[in-house]
Design a protein around this ligand. Structure first.
Ligand code: AMP
Length: 664
């Protein structure tokens, strides 16, 4: 047999096709990483927790000292994720937060709730009400913020740009601390962040001049921080991360130092800011009752009230009563009110109830019993709220909660540990993800992706293929890495062949191709022909043959640049395949299934149409477009299908008559 080709069965409707295009759209800044110095064991790499409300940065400079959480210029270990604009300058962190009430429309906070989201997203729309700045519809309908920067002139910025300003601040804080340039960082994101949101976060890093060497999930970082990475044996760890804007629950399985995410759930819109809003509503109602003034009508008053209620809420985590006292809330009116912890809990009772739902989901998804959970980690500032703690502990029948690390710092702490691992100081113990998609070559030189880029490892994914030629006894498998549609644009990782297959007509064999990557990034590819049981495998050590960051970036950049072109080529090849498949199945119908049912004249007509079609393909293979192939297919379908339909009708009628006569 000549060269054997695999045919992807369901390439056109594979869900990966849409993931791929999402990913490509968001890879626009990848190329900027190219100028960074390569990572060596001596390169300082920081871990950054880019939080909704606060951000935190940590580093391991010296193994003996361990993780150092880096204080900002005011000596605080967490920095507000706030960016403020005045006529002349841009402020990030504490100064921006402190002046927020002076520049309510120009102070941007909670940007993580917007990153990677569309303006029309109902959650974005709901948030708008309690935001003192304006959200507008930006490029491609994405949510942008309007900053009213210079003397009334407005400028719309993407959430990536705002996030980049916060990342830049964290970079500067780290540089002041280590006294050196910091170019590389591990940045954490919620586990439920989709590819677009992760990529947007990476883009923000690139804009800030930071090479984000790895994006890791916040719960995994938290688990690393609690020291679970070192533990031998098997542990099931539940991480509940309730921050400023989001709630994230993950169930991790730790086996001999390796984490696997068993289940994740969460609420993308539940966090400290929701509790703040409840308190703000409460106090603004009181203000309205006493002074007939609507706080929401005044952006400055919104800002002032929000910052005071946030502080009151924190106080209530340790005190049973607190008071807010604002000298001039609006129109020179002083506002002074007390609130109790019990009242706060009552105001937020429906929100607190929502805390259990995602926990129940991960328990159900994982099939584990409550008693099988070994540790419960609470992460995020809002887990300091006593009610939140008691609700979670009660759900697990009073189980103790792990709390040896400050919940505000745990994520950055874990990111710093991962950063040190990536520098090459330590054995890798964290689940990695595939930097590029992996797949096999199928007919037409197309890449059939089997493991999508960004898949967590270890992983195992199988896909079925069949042959495209009759009596193929040899099937060659070529394994590639890359995002492009054509294999020749991707990187060949290895090849092998299934030989001595029993002779079968095309499309009869079922070849199961399984890709599995173990925790050491070792990729094994197995191909098995199901009817004969013939099987072969190869192993590719990706760690050794791994591409450098620059190479990966170049490939991703190319994939983006050529995405349109690739789509055209892929569309054309698939249209040609569809036409060839139709001809093949019509030949089968005419010669086999309907061989005796077709009128000779019809049979001849179909056969000559199919013959003509084959000649047309041969002559036009190189020049025909996708539309040409589709039009041709449409035309021969218009001719052949009614004839076939008529033949089936005739058979049905004959059968009915036969039945009738046998009954008689
Ligand atoms: P994170 O995104 O993890 O930094 O969490 C920030 C959120 O935690 C904000 O909404 C804070 O108001 C909230 N927070 C921080 N400390 C406390 C505390 N002691 N009590 C209640 N909420 C807190």
């Amino acid at each position: 047999m000549g060269s054997a080709i695999l045919l992807a069965l369901n390439l056109a409707n594979s869900s990966f096709a849409s993931n791929l295009s999402d990913g490509n759209q968001n890879n626009r800044t990848q190329g900027k990483f190219a100028s960074f110095a390569p990572l060596t064991p001596d390169t300082p790499v920081v871990g950054i927790d880019l939080g909704t409300t606060y951000s935190c940065v940590a580093i391991i400079r010296n193994e003996r000292i361990g993780v150092e959480v880096i204080p900002n210029e005011s000596g605080n270990r967490i920095t507000p994720s706030v960016v403020g604009f005045t006529d002349d300058e841009r402020m990030v962190g504490e100064p921006a937060k402190n002046q927020a009430h002076l520049f309510p429309q120009r102070t941007i906070y909670g940007i993580k709730r917007l990153i990677g989201r569309k303006f029309g997203d109902p959650e974005v729309q709901a948030d708008k009400e309690w935001l003192s700045y304006e959200i507008v519809s930006g490029k491609d309908g994405s949510a942008y913020v309007r900053t009213n920067v210079v003397r009334g002139l407005s400028r719309d910025l993407s959430p990536e740009e705002i996030s980049s300003m916060i990342l830049l601040k964290m970079k500067q804080i780290s540089e002041a601390f280590v006294g050196n340039d910091i170019q590389h960082a591990v940045v954490t994101v919620p586990a439920y962040f989709n590819d677009g949101q992760r990529q947007a976060t990476k883009d923000a890093g690139a804009i800030a001049g930071l090479n984000i060497v790895r994006i890791i999930n916040e719960p995994t970082a938290a688990a690393l921080a609690y020291g679970f990475g070192k533990i031998k044996g098997n542990r099931k760890i539940l991480v509940a991360d309730l921050g400023g804007g989001t709630y994230d629950v993950s169930l991790l399985d730790l086996k001999d130092g390796l984490f696997t995410v068993l289940a994740i759930s969460g609420d993308t819109h539940l966090g400290g800011e929701d509790f703040d809003q409840r308190l703000a509503e409460h106090f603004s109602k009181i203000f309205m009752k006493k002074h007939q003034k609507e706080v929401k009508s005044d952006n400055r008053a919104i800002q002032l009230l929000m910052s005071h209620v946030e502080k009151a809420k924190r106080d209530l985590s340790t005190l049973l009563y607190t008071r807010i006292s604002i000298e001039n809330l609006m129109h020179g009116i002083e506002f002074n009110e007390q609130i109790s912890r019990a009242r706060f809990e009552e105001l937020c009772s429906d929100l607190f109830k929502k805390i259990i739902d995602p926990i129940e989901i991960v328990m159900r998804d994982s099939g584990l019993k409550k008693t099988e959970i070994d540790s419960i980690l609470l992460v995020g500032g809002s887990t300091r709220i006593p009610k939140v703690r008691s609700i979670i502990s009660e759900y697990f029948n009073g189980k103790e909660l792990s709390q040896n690390i400050n919940p505000d710092e745990a994520v950055a702490y874990g990111a710093a540990i991962q950063a040190a691992m990536l520098r090459g100081n330590k054995k890798r113990i964290l689940i990695d993800i595939t930097p590029l998609s992996l797949g096999v070559e199928v007919s037409g030189g197309l890449m059939s992706h089997i493991i999508p880029r960004g898949t967590q490892i270890p992983t195992k994914i199988a896909q079925s293929y069949t042959t495209e030629q009759d009596y193929q006894q040899l099937i060659k498998l070529s394994v590639y890495e890359g995002e492009r549609s054509l294999v020749k644009e991707n990187r060949l990782l290895g090849q092998f062949a299934l030989t001595d297959l029993p002779a079968m007509k095309r499309r009869v064999p079922s070849i199961q191709v399984t890709f599995s990557i173990d925790e050491n990034s070792i990729l094994s590819v197995t191909a098995r022909e199901e009817t004969s049981g013939i099987e072969k495998s190869i192993t590719i050590n990706q760690d050794k043959s791994r591409l450098s960051n620059d190479e990966i970036n170049r490939m991703l950049q190319d994939a983006q640049r050529y995405a349109e072109q690739d789509k055209v080529i892929e569309g054309r090849i698939n249209a040609q395949k569809a036409l060839e498949n139709y001809i093949f199945s019509m030949e089968n119908t005419v010669d086999e299934s309907l061989a005796n049912a077709l009128l000779i004249i019809d049979k001849k007509a179909i056969k000559s149409t199919l013959k003509e079609a084959k000649i047309w393909i041969k002559e036009n293979e190189d020049s025909a477009t996708q539309i040409d192939f589709e039009d041709y297919l449409h035309d021969i379908q218009l001719f052949c299908d009614p004839i076939i339909k008529r033949a089936y009708k005739r058979i049905a009628k004959e059968l009915a008559e036969e039945d009738y006569s046998s009954e008689l």
